[in-house]
Design a protein around this ligand. Structure first.
Ligand code: HAS
Ligand code: CU
Length: 557
């Protein structure tokens, strides 16, 4: 598709967003190595610069889960929205301002974390109390992201006026869905920050309400995970079918999946609070059932993407199984990284469904099972997909060739194998009772856990700890490969004539045939609001009625 306008400034801004994302991932990822080693009793804490286990773990979570993801998503989705709608941003100034506000936020929160004034982890549960600049910094990131999303929505609105009656292209559908989910979710964390945590950390109020703040956090925290996932889904639906050499199997199914995410992403936060006291079990069960509802669009995605891959493999001459799988373009690093991410996500989705079960959750809650789960999801479905799409995105943005295809290919496989080992180790250790967020080498009970499970098949806890550590080493090697390619690409000679085609896929069914209601956004947003009210009004009334505002705050050093 020929570009009909000059997108130089947009590419520049996207690069600036990505640079912050890269720096965050590089530092956050490196810390992960030491966490993994620590879990095999190889303890390097306190680390230079990033300090104790908890200070480092806070940085790891904030840099990887919050900063890498958010900045990557801002840059990536701005570009694909504009290109799929084939028009420039409506209000580019807003996104530049957003960028400034978000970078300021990261700097402030980064200062608080690096000076050990905010070792409260990325979930910042009260009554652990951080320096006000930690909360203010993260709030600025959220406010900046709202400003950026305003530009994205205005751009789509302008396109809609210019193209009445046309269906929104699927890459734009994925992008808008991501930001609708995010804007609804962040209402919860903004309320938590502005009403509870910031006044409290500034000393304007002496005591706070931990249960209320947790409830507001998880109002945000679950849809947050779809903010991370949906850009990967956007790539899987909008680009992967073409990269595979085929077409999207069903445009309508893709649209319906995105709309169901708008509907069901938010009213499920209590599945993180099954064990919290003071909330009616009936409400927790309701959120549990709605959590099962929000797995449906992912199950649909598994079907549609698999069917698209099968179609592509057969177009390429593959027959039956595993013939069509072998024929897929495994030599293309952008494709292979993302399909490996999908395979890992199938396991991550299953562990999520196990978490969501009200009673089985009691077995896994607060064990290493949970970080096992989220490294398969945000740590792979999201992160490895973003890495894979970097391999076309960065050449597109910088007009420089990718530094090395073989390194990129190896990178995806190292991540895949590393995460399979790490995920297996962490899930398994959790089932044996290992707590999450605990430096094993200093805890008194890991020794007895190792002893008790030594006779178990494969060596029990000891083996699980080693799998975790070896996984972390492989992931670090993969990370190094990734950054060699990123930096190498920036250092390549610029070639203004280089024309990287964004791999927009066609669909087998055609967008025109999709039911009109799948492009009526208000219907789905209204439905989401109704479900949020059903899920959260009784919950908040109950929390406000039962919980105490009596927590003075613990300073964690
Ligand atoms: Fe989760 C905890 C439930 C998805 C992230 N989750 C977390 C935490 C994080 C997180 C960060 O119900 C920890 C928070 C903390 O610090 O305390 N999660 C779920 C459920 C899903 C789910 C039901 N989670 C995610 C995603 C995340 C994420 C996505 C990030 C991106 N999660 C929970 C629960 C907890 C939890 C409880 C609390 C646990 C506790 O006790 O603390 C579902 O959305 C999952 C649905 C997914 C699927 C998989 C579909 C598969 C696909 C791939 C197909 C493969 C193909 C490849 C096509 C059903 C789409 C084919 C290849 C060929 C070669 C042919
Ligand atoms: Cu959740």
């Amino acid at each position: 598709m020929e570009l009909t306008y000059n997108d130089r400034n947009e590419r520049l801004l996207a690069i600036l967003f990505l640079v912050i994302a890269f720096v965050a991932l590089a530092l956050g990822g490196l810390i992960g190595l030491f966490q993994g080693l620590e879990h095999a009793n190889i303890n390097f804490y306190p680390l230079p610069v990033t300090g104790s286990y908890y200070q480092s773990l806070t940085l790891h979570g904030v840099l990887n889960a919050l900063t890498w993801t958010t900045f990557f998503i801002c840059g990536f989705q701005m570009i694909i929205l504009g290109r799929s709608l084939d028009r420039p941003m409506k209000a580019p100034m807003l996104s530049w301002i957003a960028y400034g506000v978000m970078v300021l936020g990261v700097v402030l929160a980064g200062w608080a974390m690096l000076t050990n004034n905010a070792s409260v982890l990325y979930t910042f549960y009260a009554p652990m109390r951080a320096h006000p600049l930690y909360y203010i910094g993260l709030t600025l990131v959220v406010i900046g992201s709202w400003i950026h999303s305003a530009n994205l929505f205005l751009t789509w609105g302008a396109w809609r006026q210019e193209h009445p009656g046309e269906k929104t292209p699927i890459a734009a559908v994925g992008t808008l869905t991501t930001w609708i989910v995010w804007d609804i979710a962040t209402v919860g964390v903004a309320a938590e920050m502005l009403v509870l945590l910031i006044p409290w950390s500034l000393g304007l109020v002496a005591e706070t309400n931990p249960l209320l703040s947790r409830t507001l956090f998880w109002f945000f925290g679950h849809p947050l995970v779809y903010f991370w996932l949906l850009p990967a889904y956007t790539s899987w639906y909008a680009f992967i079918p073409r990269q595979a050499g085929g077409k999207l199997f069903s445009d309508s199914m893709a649209r319906l999946a995105f709309m169901l995410f708008i509907l069901f992403s938010a009213p499920v936060g209590l599945h993180h609070q099954y064990t919290d006291p003071g909330i009616n079990p009936g409400l927790k069960a309701l959120h549990g059932v709605l959590t099962y509802a929000v797995t449906i669009p992912s199950l649909m995605t598994a079907f549609t993407i698999m069917a698209s891959l099968e179609y592509a493999g057969k177009q390429r001459g593959g027959k039956w199984l595993p013939g069509w799988i072998m024929r897929l373009p495994w030599g293309d690093p952008s494709f292979s990284a993302q399909v490996l991410a999908m395979i890992v996500f199938a396991a991550g989705g299953i562990s999520g469904i196990i978490n969501a079960s009200y009673n089985v959750n009691l077995v896994v809650h607060n064990t290493t099972w949970v970080p096992g789960h989220f490294h398969l999801t945000v740590g792979t479905a999201t992160t490895l997909s973003f890495m894979g799409l970097t391999y076309w995105l960065l050449p597109y943005l910088t007009k420089r060739r990718l530094f090395s295809k073989p390194i990129a290919l190896a990178q995806g496989w190292f991540w895949f194998v590393g995460m399979v080992l790490f995920g297996r180790g962490m899930h398994w250790a959790g089932l044996m009772g290992a707590p999450r967020r605990v430096p094993f080498s200093t805890s008194p009970y890991i020794g007895s856990l190792i002893e008790q499970t030594a006779g178990a098949p494969l060596g029990g806890m000891q083996t699980a700890m080693w799998m975790t550590a070896i996984g972390a080493v492989l992931l670090t090697i993969s990370g190094a490969f990734y950054f060699i390619n990123v930096i190498g690409t920036f250092l390549m000679k610029k070639n203004s004539a280089l024309d990287v085609v964004i791999p927009f896929a066609e669909s087998l069914s055609g967008a025109e045939r999709a039911p009109a209601v799948l492009d009526r956004w208000r219907v789905w947003v209204a439905g989401a609001v109704v479900l949020v009210l059903i899920g959260y009004v009784p919950t908040l009334l109950q929390v406000l009625g039962h919980s105490a505002w009596n927590a003075p705050g613990l300073l964690i050093k």
